[in-house]
Ligand binder design. Structure first.
Ligand code: NDP
Ligand code: HSE
Length: 437
């Protein structure tokens, strides 16, 4: 069989890694795909720039439009990033009958519904394994491996840069900016690193995971997003003392009222495997009704880890190029006409537990005031810790609550904050037990 020709858009971290993996493992990959896979064309902004890969034998261009319309190219691999030019190029590739592989989570989370619909009409595939959790084959695991289950919830550390920053700050007391610079140098961070730090990248990925887990359209604009920039050393230390780790987590859960879709710093019991996932590593915990809890772990960013997922998608596409489009695995796991319109819940309606850190005057009745406000709002306390400051007659009170509804907590926090004896803002971090039942 003739080799399949691939046109690459982007020769940066992931593009370069993809060329290297395809060249190094060409023989094994051809044995798996049933035919050779060659990169015939590649586009970059500046084709004279030094690359991490060899480009001999590849037709290089600074015009990506030429690649997506070239009749020789069967599969377009989009590794440019962003959601403007990338969207145009992907839609043009589809219109020209090309199959598409992409690592671009912003593109899929924001424009996936439009892109999949265009691909469906044209009978081509759009594969996006590398868009979530780098090298971990999480899309395939949920979409195919767990197809017999009703997925109840999933929770994941799905941004490598953020987890790398939190780990280095905790273990080596390094400062935020220097770790972020290192993540950029290592090729982990997004072109705009605020996407990593403020949770936008994780929200893109969670949006995709929720769609394939629950069979709902992609709804990035409804995801609640909070980043890691406000996590302090003090809270990391108190969390450790109480037996928890603080991780930046994406959580999506099916409830009777709708679907929770949220990304935020989260306390997790230290005994959970996922609480011990450090550095650039990612992990996704998926709870299915039949299988129970399953955990997927691996590198969340980086050239070859991500290329591993890109190449797997290219192999998948190469294998099924000639099959009837109706018999392929649907893009979002469920048949497009069977997607459900179950609502995404506003953050006020989600259910979770909380860690609170309150600085207050160390005087009689303060604790009673605070606990009675919590009780009035139906919030029950799980554990509590009080630390004397020894100066200014203030104390730090740490409270861990049982599960409640976020709007009740907001109401209670407003009242606690209004107490004269409370000094400054109350720190609130959500807490998930992530147990199997
Ligand atoms: P890079 O910035 O390293 O690479 C982007 C590439 O796109 C560069 O080669 C650049 O060319 C090229 N490019 C940009 N604009 C144009 C244009 N107008 N015309 C032609 N080429 C262009 O990004 P990454 O490889 O890190 O990321 C690529 C995608 O993969 C993104 O969607 C990212 O979110 C995703 N991703 C990244 C991961 C990672 O670990 N880095 C992991 C998982 C997904 P030039 O080199 O000449 O500037
Ligand atoms: N910037 C992303 C991260 C790349 O750090 O997780 C992988 O998607």
């Amino acid at each position: 069989m003739k080799p399949v020709k691939v046109g690459l858009l982007g020769l940066g971290t992931v593009g370069g890694g993809t060329v290297n993996v395809l060249q190094r493992n060409a023989e094994e990959i051809a044995r798996r795909a049933g035919r050779g896979i060659i990169i015939s064309h590649a586009a970059a902004r500046d084709i004279n720039k030094p690359r991490i890969c060899r480009t001999d034998g590849i037709e290089l261009t600074e015009n990506p439009n030429g690649v997506v319309t070239d009749p020789d190219v069967s599969i377009v691999v989009e590794l440019i990033g962003g959601d403007t030019l990338a969207r145009e190029l992907v839609l043009k590739a589809i219109a020209n009958g090309k199959h598409v592989v992409t690592a671009n989570k912003a593109l899929i989370a924001k424009h996936g519904n439009e892109i999949f619909s265009a691909a469906q009409k044209k009978g081509v595939m759009v594969a996006f394994e590398a868009a979530v959790a780098g090298g971990i084959p999480i899309i395939k695991a949920i979409r195919e491996g767990l197809a017999g289950n009703k997925i109840e919830w999933l929770a994941g550390i799905i941004n490598g840069t953020g987890n790398f920053i939190l780990t280095e700050m905790r273990d080596k007391q390094r400062d935020f900016d220097s770790v972020l610079s290192e993540a950029q140098r290592l090729g982990y961070a997004e072109a705009d690193p605020t996407f990593d730090v403020e949770g936008i990248d994780a929200a893109h990925k969670l949006t995709i995971l929720a769609s394939i887990a629950f069979g709902i359209p992609l709804q990035f604009e409804k995801a609640y997003t909070e980043g890691i920039s406000k996590i302090t050393r003090e809270d990391v230390d108190y969390a450790t003392e109480l037996g928890y780790s603080i991780k930046h987590l994406g959580v999506t859960r099916r409830t009777e009222k709708g679907i929770e879709l949220r990304v935020h710093p989260t306390l997790i019991p230290k005994r959970r495997l996922i609480a011990n996932v450090d550095g650039v590593m990612n992990a996704v915990l998926v709870k299915g009704d039949a299988v129970g809890s399953t955990l997927y772990y691996g590198a969340g960013a980086g050239a070859e880890a991500t290329a591993s997922a890109v190449v797997a998608d290219i192999v998948d596409v190469a294998r099924v190029l000639t099959t009837d489009p109706g018999n392929r695995v649907p893009h979002l796991a469920f048949q497009p006409e069977s997607l459900s319109n179950v609502p995404i819940l506003p953050i006020d309606e989600i259910e979770t537990s909380y860690y609170l850190r309150i600085t207050a005057s160390d005087e009689t009745g303060v604790l009673a005031n605070i606990t009675s406000i919590l009780a009035d709002n139906d919030i029950s306390i799980d554990s509590m810790l009080q630390k004397e400051h020894g100066k200014d007659n203030t104390a730090t009170i740490i409270i861990v609550t049982h599960t409640t509804i976020e709007k009740y907590m907001n109401n209670a926090l407003e009242k606690i904050h209004a107490l004269d004896v409370v000094d400054g803002d109350v720190v609130r971090i959500r807490l998930e037990h992530l147990d199997a039942d």
